[in-house]
Design a binder for this molecule. Sequence first.
Ligand code: PGA
Length: 251
Amino acid sequence: MARKKIVAGNWKMNTVPAEGVELAKNVVAGRSEVCECVNFIVCPPFTHLSQVVEAVKGSDIAVGAQDCATEAKGAYTGEIAASMIAALGCKYVILGHSERRQYYGETSETLNKKMAQAYANNLIPIYCVGENLEEREAGNHFAVCKAQIEEVVFNLTEEQFANLVIAYEPVWAIGTGKTATAEQAQEIHAYIREVLRSKFGAAAEECPILYGGSCKPSNAAEIFAKEDVDGGLIGGAALVAGDFLAIGKGF
Ligand code: PGA
């Protein structure tokens, strides 16, 4: 089974354009040290998507946005449409990140609309799921992830599902320095794949499921070695080109 191996960097609300371009250029410069089999994606803030697309031109590094609007266009002050992101040359869009769910009230209803916009514009969604600490401690992490998948991913067509990346990010591990153990990651990734299989059958074997949450060069190899972990969605460590690339060496 050769699933796509992916290391995606979520820069969040970090870097001004000049810093972002420099970071992207440094990733390009060091890229050849990592196996070609790894697909690198960088997701800068909206303000410099276009400059980062330019900076990675000629390399195999893809660019993604961190969010998109629920609507196609119109009177939605401050929003960025999926069509605008696609027009810049981006291939991916992160949707449903826990910070969006937590701080900006994103629900499955919102995310169904954003997913539709992403697909209508040929963007590949990196759809994030994951439980918070309370839910993990209560043993509800399986149920939480299942609901986040059922309420959104189950609405996709088979064709759309074939162009989906999932990221499992336990909220308690994001930016906290705490990482899920490789065993915890494998356990829930395998479970997520089983949920996907119940709806999409064998196509579930092809869907990349990334781990996110304090993933860094020192723990990537152990986590990526697990059967159902197909890479990482990296926050903090993606802001240092050398660390981001070193995570790719974890395969
Ligand atoms: P982190 O963030 O690597 O800084 O924990 C991961 C994420 O939120 O995507």
